[in-house]
Write a protein that binds this ligand. Structure first.
Ligand code: GLY
Length: 415
């Protein structure tokens, strides 16, 4: 069968590699794809946001299955378009993807269906937000309502920082349309983890857990990013907590979307936190987590294509895991998540082979260079975290570039 993977990041590189191992697949297209996907896919030079052109491509090339990576493609309604034409696609409709596309929608859904999430208020008016923040005090969390590539969240430890985040979004247009409304949320403390489940309506099939590192710098300092490293499984979360998250959050959320007339199909990603009072929802995404899926797919024994086909057919998929851990570290462009210099030469990746996914690279004048905020993902599978971490960081030692930085503390507390 012919598979089309939409997107150009590390998530899509990991998907392309895993899909290429499926005996069901004869050809993979990546749209637009990246340098790391070239060895598995034919790259298609179209924008992953041009829904009409992508649909036309899928029809012309008789694509049997399309897997959507980025949220920005989903919220443009690609699944609605494909389904209207009877094309098989794995991802939620525009209406179901709103769980990621609007934080206000997500929070109101949680409230209506009594799914645990921190208290919140939504604002479009800066002065009302200011009054609320002065009443609540810091720490407090400010979130742009719409999509912001993981950069729209400020965990404010002072009132001044909170007010500045509100001003940036509501008065200065820092996030454009995405920040015209904000959610102001209680700050909660606990162990954060990412829980992805494959969903088709009321059927929910869990993947194993992963842990993401959202802050830019070591010891969770610095601004929020799309994620600077990940590992799986998550030994800090007990089997009882896994069950609690599945039964009290993930399944009820799929059910709530169904009841709202927005049945979800695809990957529902819960950004969850285990607090003293139980597990609660920090965020929902409507797609595979990036970089979480980069550490989950190497651990997955099963054929991801068969799993997706089964989920789409409403059948229980067989999802088996290797008895190994996986840990990975993001190399990001200096300055990320703010402005950064592009086209800095990167050397040494060829000698690493497996163990690198490309996130934001290109080849210019026959040289590998950075073009994205997150550039490369060095990962390793091993029997334990000590070995996986050593291998992932050793691979980084082989990469030479003046333009990249990375966190040194991914999974350091794990043996
Ligand atoms: N790593 C977080 C995300 O995929 O949104």
């Amino acid at each position: 069968m012919k598979v089309l993977i939409i997107g150009k990041g590390g998530r899509e590189n990991a998907l392309a590699w895993k899909v290429s191992t499926s005996p069901l697949v004869t050809k993979i297209y990546a749209l637009p794809g990246n340098v790391g996907m070239k060895k598995y896919c034919e790259l298609v030079k179209l924008s992953d946001e041009d829904i009409a052109a992508i649909t036309q491509f899928a029809v012309t090339n008789k694509i049997d299955l399309t897997i959507v990576g980025p949220e920005s493609t989903l919220v443009r309604g690609i699944v609605n378009h494909f389904e209207r034409l009877g094309l098989k696609i794995f991802g939620p409709t525009l209406e179901a993807a709103e769980i990621e596309g609007s934080k206000t929608f997500m929070k109101n859904l949680m409230k209506k269906y009594k799914i645990p999430t921190p208290n919140f208020q939504a604002f479009t008016d800066y002065y009302k937000a200011e009054k609320y923040i002065k009443k609540m005090g810091a720490p407090i969390v400010i979130k742009a309502d719409g999509l912001a590539a993981g950069k729209g969240v400020v965990v404010a430890f002072s009132e001044a920082q909170a007010l500045s985040a509100c001003k940036n979004a509501l008065l200065h247009g820092k996030f454009g349309e995405s920040g015209k409304q904000i959610v102001v949320e209680d700050y909660v403390v606990g162990k954060e983890f990412s829980f992805m489940v494959m969903v088709n309506g009321d059927k929910v099939y869990p993947l194993e857990l992963a842990k993401d590192f959202k802050r830019a710098y070591d010891q969770d300092k610095g601004p929020n990013t799309g994620g600077m490293g990940a590992y799986s499984p998550v030994p800090d979360i007990s089997p009882e907590q896994f069950e609690e998250a599945l039964e009290k959050i993930m399944k009820p959320t799929a059910q709530a979307l169904l009841q709202e007339g927005r049945p979800f199909k695809g990957v529902l990603y819960g950004g969850l936190i285990a607090t003293d009072k139980g597990i609660t929802v920090i965020e929902f995404n409507a797609r595979f987590g990036d970089p979480e899926i980069e550490v989950l797919l190497p651990r997955m024994k099963s054929d991801i294509v068969q799993v997706i086909l089964d989920v789409l057919a409403g059948k229980q998929p067989v999802i088996e895991w290797r008895d190994e851990v996986c840990l990975g570290v993001v190399l990001a462009s200096n300055g990320y998540p703010k402005d950064f210099v592009k086209n800095v030469i990167i050397r040494g990746t060829e000698s690493i082979g497996d163990g690198i996914f490309h996130m934001g690279t290109d080849i210019i004048n026959k040289q590998l260079v950075n073009v994205g905020g997150r550039v490369l993902f060095s990962y390793a599978l091993a029997k334990n975290f000590t070995n996986a971490r050593a291998k992932a960081y050793n691979q980084i030692e082989q990469i030479q570039s003046g333009g990249l930085f990375y966190r040194k503390d991914i999974g350091v507390h794990l043996k």
